[in-house]
Design a protein around this ligand. Sequence first.
Ligand SMILES: Nc1ncnc2c1ncn2[C@@H]1O[C@H](COP(=O)(O)OP(=O)(O)OP(=O)(O)O)[C@@H](O)[C@H]1O
Length: 640
Amino acid sequence: MRTHSPVPAPQLRQARLKLLEGSDFTDAAVDERLARSWRRSLAAGLTPTGRLAIPDNLSGKELGRALGRNHELLSHSRPIMEYLFEQVRHSHSMVILADNRGVLMHTLGDADFLGKAERVALMSGACWDERQRGTNAIGTALAEAAGVEIHGDEHFLERNTFLTCAAAPIVSATGELLGILDISGDRRSRHPHTLGLVNTAARMIENRLVVDACQRHLRLHLHPDPAGIGTVAEGIVALSEDGWIVGANRNALQMLGLASADIGATPLFRALDTRLADLLEQARRRSGQGLALRRHDGMSLYARLDGHEPRILSVPATPAPKKDDALSALDTGDGRWRTAADKARRIVGKDIPLLIGGESGVGKEMFARAAHESSPQRDGPFVAINCAALPENLIEAELFGYVSGAFTGARKEGYIGRLREADGGTLFLDEIGDMPLTMQTRLLRVLQERQVTPLGGGTPVKVNFALICATHCDLPAACASGRFRSDLYYRINGLSLNLPALRERSDFAALCDKLLAELFPDLPVDIAPGLRQRLAAYHWPGNLRQLASVLRTACAMLDPGDTRIDWQHLPDDILAALQAGTERPSTTSTVLPAQDLATLSLAAIQQAIVDHQGNLSAAARQLGISRQTLYRKLKTGAGQ
Ligand SMILES: Nc1ncnc2c1ncn2[C@@H]1O[C@H](COP(=O)(O)OP(=O)(O)OP(=O)(O)O)[C@@H](O)[C@H]1O
């Protein structure tokens, strides 16, 4: 556990003996970390010459699942492990990747050493947690969350003392310990630079993971020396659209004086003497050249800005004060969503109609309900009508009601209609752009006169409701082409808000946690970190509705007692999309070009219809969209 020359074996053996006798063994031979590790080994019930209590290799099936869970880590580590192996080839060594439980995932080794290694279970599926194998580089690096070298007799178990090992942790963009990279070899092959080599390789893997996980974010590549940017020593910071640090590698945390717990909880301006808007302005002025930054203590840092330009800069750089209402209960941290909620809060109860735009499934109806529940009329009814789903010949009767015997098939006692049902509460007209023109005229009259006349005559009845409309379509364009009455458009558009598509949101992880907590309030289900990153990069044509449906299905696939969603639990269509690489590609914009998106959506819809032998309802269910939405998307080439 050192970078200088190893301590002679007899001295170490004597210190270990003292430990076993319960006397003080700490002296120059045993550094602090090694002493801690030996004590942990002893506390786990191990003795240096004792036999392993339980055979701990994972079965083939368990290993397969572990490999699935660590898919991202493995795919980024493999090329670097191969490179590393080239450096140590013919030195009786092997390169090992272990997961965050110490289970060996992948090994590359010299043939002559592999046989020896297998005898002590240095092979895929074996677990090298300290509690099972005593002090060893992999287990101890995990326990200490730091790079360590364990040489010869520093190993707690006698059977492992022929080894020399150096291991370094691999940490995710959000500070989670993902696994351990290790070089193990015959103790005679020890090289003083091995730990440095492993540490560097682990940082290279981390940098790849951070860039991959934060593809859709603006990234700051930092170093105190301009020449350090782009090297393994660079710091990488990912920023949300509203200027919060949402990911970072360990180099960056060190450069900014932050801890991993600060990721997601720190705005950029708290770490650096700049705000996101100033940074972007500087980047624009210096077009492509490096940026000069300063920490609050005056230390200079140089940076390069990479990734996507935020689309919205007008969001507040500090989080809005926590509001205890139904809208804040839906707030999972996205800047654009929060801005929309703040605006909605200002108009509720003020007789200003709200018009909510956004793609299908972004949560327009949930937003409308929450706006109602955050309003003074929250104790009144919330009446939701989907204008696209109502058959044209029934819509009039449904909305305005009718008197007894108004038409064949009408209820004997008549019907007051949905508009009157909303009296004293909120009327939510979903897909208002799909309302037939004749109906638009009647609705406009109701909104102007504030009274409803039922079909078949009868006296007009006063109504009083707050109005919220939602649409996926471009209403100004519909007005221009005569499909929507512009006087109605102005009447319903007191305040218009656009909710962001899921792929544009910066709070994917928090959103998943919220959905999972809602689905399983009593079970702490989570998503394997690698998979979560890939899901975050997917383009989600069905938005939150699709995400909720995928998580629901994945949860249903969990074995009893399992609480982690991984690749094998995903529905086939998502799995295929992720494997085919149809996640959001890293373009220079946070949003896919509309044309590409339409093509992808259409392809996904057509595939779903084929998968379900033409059954549109089943295809819509699989995609997590309504049947009407599926029809519409087919009609428009998946454009809206
Ligand atoms: N904030 C949220 N938290 C949790 N789940 C949400 C949220 N918003 C939406 N969802 C999920 O997405 C589904 C669709 O939401 P909603 O019906 O509000 O979307 P929409 O934009 O009105 O869709 P459409 O345009 O197709 O009518 C909900 O049933 C719910 O499962």
